[in-house]
Design a binder for this molecule. Structure first.
Ligand code: C2E
Ligand code: MG
Ligand code: MG
Ligand code: MG
Length: 242
């Protein structure tokens, strides 16, 4: 499990870590999830793998919450369509939270619109009971694929994650800037925080702040890292806050 920080845009403090999986292969090195997740979905290995991800991410967050600089953190976990719709999500989330001793509101599930679109009514049935326990939802890669604004009202999304295709050129492309500004206003109007993915330069971070985004994630501020590195960074933040 690797982790990438998400920063509050105003203070630049870390508010979340997103759990991102890698396969550490003996010959091929770190294999990207884009290569093996589709295979896991086809073979249904996605189920034990997702169960493991939830437990590991919750366990790690509990460690960070107990450390200086970590008390306000949340963990974001990606949920694939096959896993959402097999019906084990609620059982696994409840077990992972209980094993780690975490309240539901420390966990955010990142879903893409395509996994909600598969069967929106069923998705709402599966997610509603978890949301009632405080678990938060993020709409990942928002604005790509078959976006439906309706999802924003039907699913009570806590965080709207704007896809990085809107973010890459934000300082140079006036249309991207207007789009991000407008989508941010839309998210805020519906009670969501807006997260910009893929900020690769400090210029982009500044333009995102101007557009009104709340949270930023990207190589400019932090790449994905093993848990031990994240722990060191938090320790440093804790010292700065005190
Ligand atoms: P995602 O959830 O949209 O995750 C963000 C992806 O953008 C990550 O790719 C991250 O490394 C990358 N990224 C972050 N900042 C930047 C940047 O500034 N520039 C660029 N070019 N890229 C950036 P990654 O780790 O390869 O993950 C790809 C996708 O695989 C994720 O997209 C997510 O959909 C899926 N995934 C990753 N881990 C898991 C997991 O544990 N379970 C499930 N079900 N899916 C996962
Ligand atoms: Mg994600
Ligand atoms: Mg994304
Ligand atoms: Mg993505």
């Amino acid at each position: 499990m690797y982790y990438q920080p998400q920063f509050a845009l105003v203070t630049l403090h870390i508010t979340y870590f997103e759990a991102l999986i890698r396969w550490n292969h003996p010959e091929r090195g770190l294999v990207s999830p884009a290569e093996f997740l589709p295979v896991a979905e086809r073979t249904r290995l996605i189920i034990p793998l997702s169960t493991w991800v939830l437990h590991e991410a919750c366990r790690q967050l509990a460690v960070w919450l107990a450390r200086p600089g970590g008390q306000h953190l949340r963990i974001a976990v990606n949920i694939s369509p096959g896993y959402l719709h097999n019906g084990l999500l609620q059982r696994d989330v409840e077990a992972a939270l209980a094993a780690a001793g975490l309240p539901g509101n420390r966990l955010e599930l990142e879903l893409t619109e395509s996994s909600l679109l598969l069967d929106p009514a069923r998705a709402n049935e599966l997610l509603g009971p978890l949301q009632a326990q405080g678990v938060r939802l993020a709409l990942d890669d928002f604005g790509t694929g078959y976006s439906s604004i309706r999802h924003l009202r039907d699913f009570q999304v806590s965080n709207l994650k704007l896809d990085r295709s809107f973010v890459r050129q934000i300082c140079v492309d006036v249309l991207d800037r207007r789009l991000v500004t407008a989508l941010t206003a839309l998210g805020h109007e519906l009670g969501a925080s807006v997260v910009a993915e893929g900020a690769e330069t400090m210029d982009a971070v500044a333009c995102l702040r101007e557009a009104g985004c709340d949270i930023v994630q990207g190589y400019a501020l932090g790449r994905l890292m093993p848990a031990a590195t994240a722990t060191r960074i938090l320790q440093h933040e804790g010292m700065m806050i005190e």
